[in-house]
Ligand binder design. Structure first.
Ligand code: MOS
Length: 762
């Protein structure tokens, strides 16, 4: 199999981790040679466009597609009456790989707004689009379903295991200061630049799928199961992804149906979702209602945390982001109660969206912390430092590393926190009140099972291959850097292959897990390779190593032992009669074994999260924000943001910085702009395009800065990396809300923060 393989063209030598390597795929991208999923046009391909239900709930009474079939170029129309029958797959949360269990075009029921009701196949994209637009679908029993969190409270049920430590009631009652407040974070949709798209090409029993993916292994296995074919027949290709944020982690119903229809047509089929359809093809971020109670004593020491979080899920799947469970790890509260409820709604199944638990969770919790600090009369930075935890208070295990206090201190110094206005409305610039806000950030270290193939040849060239993913974040480069670090060779010597399901089952690109997972498996492969070479070296005329040698490592062109003996690798290969050595390194989730690797290879997520070798492992950070709130119009501007983070070894400071700035900018959009609005009379989402679903843009970003503290977490993995992808967004919206409160004296507990929340005395 011929996989895409990329080697850096950077002139200056880059070796190992922690170096600012430029993206090895950068030139392919800026010259347009990088082919994204929808760029592929297999011979004889046809186009498909789904028609989606514009209603909330209802039943299809009839579909008139006669006129559509007469459109020149239209070949066929699939509806629930003639579409392939598909069995419900297992969702990701249930240990499978599907976005939802409910398949599409299976019956006449419309179960959620935006559900596909027909698929028009045509020789041209234009004909398929026209067909999908003009198809006449009659609905009956049309009604508005519930899309809001509070629309259907009778359907809310306790979900998951509550966290229960100590005596929360006593902790709250004995508190000198106390906050009881409800915070609300809205429905949000991922809007990656690259839309959802599937191109399916069958060749006899073999299926090739071009599809942006965060989980190739899962999609490959998921398709094999639903299409009832041998997994060896399925090949999913995804070398480049134009943003995903959780939305491309799972096999969607549209993806499955597109593959099934292509099989029936006997021709390759391509479907690209419209921007409107991107709001219903995959998952979304559930709204969250967070009822939070905090107490502290007269010295400002926390006495209790109580959190009750409600989320919505679909009628057919129970999926929770476990927001409440993300809160206890933050501070040293002796008494904790954290519970979740799931409320049924009439939507597709919601799911992961960047830092799924922490983005909403730290909005609620870090606002509550700010409110309590104010009540207790303690500076909010000092309040957090005072309540730092040495052990995870819910699990009662030590943290592997936790530089939250250092992040807060460094951030306060660099940001100029000492200049924070003491009182609301006490400082003005250009007719706007100035406010500073702070919030902590956390993201647990998640580890995926992972296998890599590593090859080293007689010229010292290295190949590293694994079915990992680059979502636009720089993973191509970092995979090469990890191999460079483990073998002591320059990045220029490393050829990287990722993004193809035929490669060894690679780390899932979710939960910021890829780098930390690859550090384990590439390190394992390099050690195995060194041991194998040491064995082979015994065949040399003058064996370089004795019985006392151990701790073998490949360092560039040489194999070295701990005691300092060494041998050129090409001589070892000569003696062994080989021109290259290849090994596979496989590492299961922490504490797991071969069964875990097998489950993963068969498509189950099987991840490890947060607990490694009796330690709680997470990345930490502190967000600092300055706001300006216009005295008269109450518009909110954010002229300045600073994030200080500690996430273990930073593999590539260039791409890592971009990740954090992007995350923080998204946090700004999430705090001030983003919300999918519901038309409750019809039970539909209304702002399903980028004109009305607002995201932050260049003009919103004035001065953003990010800094990483030095850290190397040996519990996380031998290279010390924890994970950064999702950390950057966490806490930003709370820092903004806290800054707005500092500027205006008005506390807003609902996102997005809008000027209309600040008009009470205008
Ligand atoms: Mo992330 S929401 O796990 O892509």
């Amino acid at each position: 199999m011929n996989h895409l393989s990329i080697t850096t063209t950077q002139k200056e030598t880059v070796q190992g981790l922690g170096k600012p390597a430029r993206r090895i795929d950068g030139i392919a991208k800026v010259t347009g040679r990088a082919r994204y999923a929808a760029d592929h046009i297999p011979p004889n391909m046809v186009h498909g466009v789904y028609a989606i239900a514009p209603i909330g709930l209802g039943t299809i009474a009839g579909i008139d597609s006669d006129a559509v079939r007469k459109i020149p170029g239209v070949l066929k129309v699939f509806t629930h009456e003639n579409a392939p029958k598909l069995e419900p797959p297992k969702t990701f949360s249930a240990g499978g790989n599907a976005q939802q269990s409910q398949m599409i075009l299976q019956d006449a029921e419309v179960r959620y707004h935006g559900q596909p009701v027909a698929l028009v196949i045509a020789a041209t994209l234009e004909a398929a689009m026209q067909g999908a637009r003009e198809i006449k679908v009659r609905y009956e029993k049309q009604r508005a379903g519930a899309l809001q969190l509070d629309a259907d409270k009778a359907n809310c049920e306790e979900h998951g295991e509550p966290v229960d430590v100590g005596d929360v009631a006593a902790g709250l009652e004995s508190a000198a200061h106390r906050i009881d407040a409800t915070y609300f974070s809205p429905t949000q949709h991922h809007n990656p630049m690259e839309p959802f798209t599937t191109t399916a090409a069958w060749d006899g029993p073999r299926l090739t799928v071009y599809q942006p993916s965060q989980f190739l292994v899962g999609m490959r296995n998921g398709l094999a199961d639903v299409l009832k074919t041998d997994v060896r027949n399925i090949h999913v290709i995804s070398p480049f992804v134009g943003g995903a944020f959780g939305s491309k982690a799972c096999m969607t119903p549209q993806m499955v149906m597109t593959c099934a229809v292509a099989r029936e047509l006997g021709r390759p089929l391509k479907v690209v979702a419209t921007r409107e359809q991107c709001f219903t093809v995959s998952s979304f971020r559930s709204p969250a209602r967070m009822e939070i109670s905090l107490g502290c004593d007269s010295d400002g020491m926390l006495t209790a945390l109580r959190a009750q979080v409600d989320e919505i899920t679909s009628r057919f799947d129970d999926v929770s982001m476990e927001i409440a469970a993300s809160m206890p790890r933050m501070y040293a509260w002796p008494n904790i109660e954290a519970r979740s409820r799931l409320c049924k709604a009439d939507c597709q199944t919601p799911g992961f969206m960047r830092a799924p638990a922490e983005t909403p969770g730290m909005f609620g919790l870090e606002c509550a912390m700010d409110e309590l600090a104010e009540k207790a009369g303690i500076d909010p930075v000092e309040f957090r430092i005072r309540n730092d935890a040495k052990r995870d208070p819910a699990l009662d295990i030590p943290f592997s590393s936790r530089l939250l206090v250092e992040c807060l201190k460094r951030g306060a110094e660099k940001f100029g926190w000492a200049e924070r206005p003491e009182k609301a409305r006490s400082r003005e610039v250009d007719g706007a009140w100035v406010g500073y806000g702070v919030a902590s950030a956390v993201y647990p270290t998640i580890v995926s099972p992972c296998s890599v193939d590593l090859e080293y040849d007689f010229e010292g060239n290295v190949k590293v291959a694994t079915a990992a993913h680059d979502l636009g974040t720089g993973q191509w480069t970092v995979v090469g850097q990890v191999a460079s670090e483990c073998l002591g060779v320059p990045l220029q010597k490393v050829a990287v292959s990722i993004g193809d399901s035929d490669l060894p089952p690679g780390a899932l690109a979710g939960g910021s897990a890829t780098t930390a997972s690859l550090c384990r498996s590439i390190h394992e492969a390099a050690e195995r390779m060194a041991r194998q070479l040491a064995d082979w070296s015994a065949r040399m005329d003058e064996p370089p190593f004795g019985d006392a040698d151990d701790g073998f490592q490949i360092r560039g062109a040489k194999l070295v032992s701990k005691s300092g003996n060494e041998a050129p690798i090409k001589d070892i290969l000569d003696a062994a009669g080989e021109t290259a050595i290849g090994v596979r390194g496989s590492t299961p989730a922490p504490g797991k074994g071969g069964k875990n690797l097998r489950a993963f290879a068969r498509g189950a997520p099987a991840l490890g999260a947060y607990q490694i070798d009796g330690h709680a492992v997470a990345s930490w950070g502190a967000q600092f924000v300055e706001v300006r709130v216009d005295k008269h119009t109450r518009t909110i501007r954010v002229p300045r943001m600073l994030g200080v983070f500690a996430a273990g070894t930073i593999a590539n400071p260039l791409t890592a910085r971009s990740q954090m700035l992007g995350g923080m900018l998204w946090g700004l959009g999430s705090g001030l702009l983003e919300q999918t609005r519901v038309d409750e009379t019809r039970g539909i989402w209304v702002n399903k395009d980028l004109a009305e679903y607002l995201v932050a843009c260049h003009a919103d970003s004035i001065e953003i800065d990010s800094e990483f503290l030095d850290e190397n977490d040996q519990v996380a993995n031998p290279l010390g990396a924890k994970g950064i992808g999702e950390l950057g967004i966490v806490g930003v919206s709370a820092a903004i809300a806290n800054a707005v409160s500092n500027a205006t004296g008005i506390r807003v507990r609902e996102l997005p923060l809008r000027l209309e929340n600040l008009l009470e005395d205008a």
